[in-house]
Design a protein. Structure first.
Length: 350
């Protein structure tokens, strides 16, 4: 019996053409050609879209040759369980590859190699630099000596999520304090006055920044001085979010700002366990805009971290340092967007 779908020629599927890539991305064939030949004149977003389309359509990239690499760069990430860490790592790895560096991803799951062990291995392998994504530098209680040793060796590195003024390195992060302020401001505009913050451990710098933004918002927008009674602390997990949200719901809060999307999903679970509806009885805002948050029940209002911009700023800072053009440490803060979906609504009527 003949196959239902006939193939041309020898029966093998046709190799995608430049026209197919251009149509898939929505650009001209000339633009695709510039990307394939590594020429200038194409934006970073379009270049990435073309490269992604090549992978999606099965277009085999030509071998640039082993001699074109600029060296190895380590990417040390806190874990790959938290979706935002995975997104940041993916963005950094992709950009490093486009710049002809060989990225080496080093995740820090419990029981695996420590950050110090990864640093030693990367140094022994002659790495040109390291990107740290929410590593020990983001822990306010961690010893910074490991980074001082890197400086002593002259090894370039960049920090994502956690600024350390005492280190001679560039840090790139979302403006967490401003993001939380914006979330509280939006909830206040809906009539909410009992707004709670579900947060992770305070020793982490992103947590401290979020708390600072929350404290400022409650003071300026709601004239609330007793901020601590509106903060519940747990872990950056669904279970942690459920636990901290339950605490806030018991004290009558009608709106919750959560430090991560995972915590927000836990908050929705806590509300339903208490017989409350989201958003009719309680509004919930997440943080990060992780993949699939638009598909949750209800779709989650959240603060979208500019993952692409953070990754780009970090990689460019690292390349500048590696090239010897580093002009001194700096803190790059990027703004998030409040993405409105169905998990927030007006304060419930008495």
């Amino acid at each position: 019996m003949k196959n239902a779908v006939a193939q041309k020629g020898s029966g093998a599927p046709e190799r995608p053409r430049l026209e197919d890539l251009a149509k898939h991305v929505g650009v001209s064939v000339a633009t695709v050609s510039r990307v394939l030949n590594g020429r200038n004149g194409v934006s970073r977003q379009v270049r990435q879209s073309v490269l992604t389309a090549m992978d999606d359509l099965g277009y085999e990239r030509s071998d640039r040759g082993a001699g074109t690499t600029k060296g190895q760069v380590g990417v040390i990430v806190a874990d790959l369980i938290n979706p935002i860490f995975t997104a940041l790592a993916q963005g950094v790895v992709s950009l490093l590859s486009q710049e002809d560096f060989i990225p080496v991803l080093c995740a820090l799951p419990g029981g695996g190699r420590s950050e110090d062990e990864y640093i030693d291995l990367l140094i022994k392998q002659g790495s040109a630099g390291i990107v740290f994504i929410c590593g020990a530098h983001a822990d306010g209680q961690a010893n910074m000596e490991r980074y001082h040793r890197l400086q002593g060796r002259g090894l370039s590195y960049v920090l994502i999520n956690g600024s350390r003024p005492e280190l001679d390195a560039t840090s790139v992060a979302n403006n967490d304090a401003k993001a939380i302020f914006d979330a509280v401001q939006y909830l206040a505009s809906l009539g909410h006055t009992k707004i709670g913050l579900s947060i992770g451990p305070h020793r982490f710098l992103p947590s401290r920044n979020k708390i600072d933004g929350f404290r400022t918002a409650l003071d300026e927008l709601l004239n609330e001085q007793d901020v601590e009674s509106h903060i519940a602390t747990s872990m950056f997990t669904i279970e942690g979010g459920q636990s901290s949200a339950s605490e806030l719901l018991r004290t009558g809060h009608t709106a919750l700002v959560c430090a991560s999307d995972l915590m927000a999903l836990g908050a929705v679970r806590a509300a339903r366990a208490a017989g409350l509806r989201v958003p009719e009885d309680v509004s919930v805002i997440g943080f990060d805009d992780s993949p699939l948050m638009a598909l949750t029940d209800p779709p989650l209002t959240t603060l979208r971290q500019p993952v692409g911009a953070i990754a780009h700023a970090a990689v460019q800072a690292l390349i500048t340092d590696i090239s010897g053009e580093f002009s001194g440490p700096s803190e790059v803060l990027l703004e998030s967007d409040l993405v409105l979906r169905a998990s927030t609504g007006p304060v419930p009527r008495p």
